[in-house]
Design a binder for this molecule. Structure first.
Ligand code: ADP
Length: 496
């Protein structure tokens, strides 16, 4: 099958969060199973160019339109970790992708609408007719209406248009003028059943356009599939999702087997076995490897050499991730004699200010490290060196960090919502047999919930290492590779 992934992120060259990991992992597994995959991205100036191989120009002058203006684009090709990538570089007076960042500009909708149209122009001009055009979240959702209204009528052939909903909080709401500027008939599309936003009817909703006009919809976990069809979890799109529920499927994300693998991870100071069976000798290597990484982590962050457990969090520090609960857990962990490491990125100003103040107040405390930036290498080291990994999300479509933590033998403490509920099973309360339980969960996103998981996990770690290590092993035995999920994607790609 010939599959094109139209995306705004790709790990490791353009990663903000889980979307980048998913495009990378899903594509790698599709290629492994014999399919032809191309990933099309904007040529951001902040790409990690050292990870792009064979970068070259394939087309100097691709023409596209924005309103009545015509702009040129240069098309590049490259390889990322063996994957074929096409990069679109606009020559536009607004320097759309030369902003030293991927998202977070006031004109984000204009930037990605421009990219969506240029991508379809490129498919048409280069005579590419994929079996599947897979679009992801609001940044590439406009491709569905553009294809139906403009490009299919002039002969572009896409057998199946699939939209994956990675996070419904972000929808690309905008003035309908953007539709006109993209070449669409705004009057026709600003209908309640099409692209009109249902909460703010004066606005167009790019994600909704994708939901209505894609052939198939997927989201990233079975629990999240159910939640987005409710008023509580649907961010105003629940009704339209219910209307289109026949084409919606929840497929759990995986994690890539080489990028996230303590056996091969180049960011670790000591590598250790990741996959079962764990006999006595290999389990000893796991414990030694983790100990070595923990020692290095403490030294690197200036923490006390100590026998205390390390509780950790690696996250975008946005409201979705429960920053108040993270702060509460940090203070409680210190009170209980543990150590806490937080690596948080992309915090809105008020949250950032709060955590910087906390960092200042705790500057002399050698049992806590608060790092407020994105750091791929440090993230890997934390997954390997920590004992526990906290994810107190208010909502969580799938969540990858709990899967990574499980693979690295770090026990997750997670709120039972979305994909977290599909992947972390409480040691005391899960309905699964004891041998299949993997962590500690809590139901309500409040301080008592956090206290409950922290109290139980710290007690288990301190008083019963045999039970603790059994829990680590049960987590490491879980298979979160992409293999199974890719079968499910393939059946959606090929369904008539
Ligand atoms: P989301 O996509 O909502 O941010 P996920 O759990 O799906 O959350 O994926 C998060 C990904 O981003 C993981 O690979 C995680 O390691 C990474 N990540 C999150 N915050 C940071 C950070 N501050 N530094 C490095 N990596 C981070």
């Amino acid at each position: 099958m010939y599959i094109i992934q139209a995306a705004s992120e790709l790990a490791p060259v353009a990663k903000v969060g889980g979307l980048g990991d998913v495009i990378h992992g899903l594509s790698k597994e599709l290629v492994k199973q014999g399919h032809q995959v191309e990933i099309i991205l904007p040529k951001y100036d902040c790409l990690l160019f050292e990870k792009l191989e064979q970068l070259k120009v394939v087309q100097r002058e691709l023409c596209t339109f924005e309103g009545t203006n015509r702009y040129h684009n240069t098309i590049w090709s490259a390889e990322v970790d063996g994957l074929k990538v096409i990069l679109i570089e606009p020559h536009h007076p607004s320097y759309y992708f030369n902003r030293e960042r991927i998202y977070g500009c006031p004109d984000d909708v204009d930037r990605f609408a421009y990219f969506s149209r240029a991508l379809l122009e490129y498919l048409k001009i280069s005579n590419r007719h994929p079996d599947v055009l897979h679009i992801h979240d609001w940044p590439t959702a406009l491709i569905a209406p553009l294809y139906r209204e403009l490009f299919q009528p002039i002969g572009l052939r896409v057998k199946k248009m699939v939209l994956t909903l990675h996070n419904l909080e972000y929808q690309g709401k905008c003035d309908p003028v953007l539709l006109t500027r993209s070449g669409l008939n705004a009057e026709k599309l600003m209908h309640a059943d099409l692209m009109r936003d249902l909460l703010t009817p004066s606005l167009a909703n790019l994600l909704k356009g994708g939901i209505v006009l894609a052939d198939a919809l997927t989201t990233v976990s079975p629990h999240y599939e159910q939640q987005i069809k409710t008023a509580e979890g649907g961010f105003g799109l629940n009704e339209i999702l219910l209307k289109h529920e026949k084409k919606l499927t929840g497929i759990l994300n995986g994690i890539e087997d080489t990028f996230w693998n303590p056996e091969k991870d180049p960011h670790l100071i000591a590598r250790y076995p990741a996959f079962p069976p764990f006999d006595e000798a290999s389990w000893k290597k796991v414990l030694e490897g983790k100990r070595e990484n923990r020692r290095h982590l403490r030294r690197h962050l200036g923490l006390n050499e100590s026998n205390a457990p390390i509780v950790s969090s690696v996250t975008r520090l946005v409201p979705q991730k429960g920053p108040k609960l993270i702060k509460h857990a940090l203070l409680k962990t210190l009170d209980e004699g543990g150590q806490f490491i937080l690596l948080g990125s992309l915090a809105p100003l008020d949250i950032e200010k709060d955590f910087l103040e906390l960092k200042e107040n705790l500057a002399k405390n050698k049992n806590v490290a608060i790092c407020m930036h994105h750091d791929e290498s440090l993230a890997h080291l934390i997954f390997a060196g920590a004992d526990m990994f906290l994810i107190p999300s208010i909502f969580e479509p799938c969540g990858l960090t709990q899967l990574i933590a499980l693979r690295y033998g770090t026990v997750p403490l997670a709120r039972k919502t979305g994909g977290l509920a599909d992947t972390v099973f409480d040691i005391d309360t899960s309905e699964l047999p004891e041998a299949e339980r993997t962590g500690f969960t809590f139901d309500f996103p409040d301080n008592p919930g956090v206290n409950w998981v922290l109290d139980r996990s710290l007690k288990c770690w301190t008083q019963d290492q045999t039970k603790w290590q059994r829990l680590m092993q049960q987590g490491m035995k879980r298979d979160f590779s992409w293999k199974e999920s890719v079968h499910r994607y393939l059946s959606i790609y090929s369904a008539q």
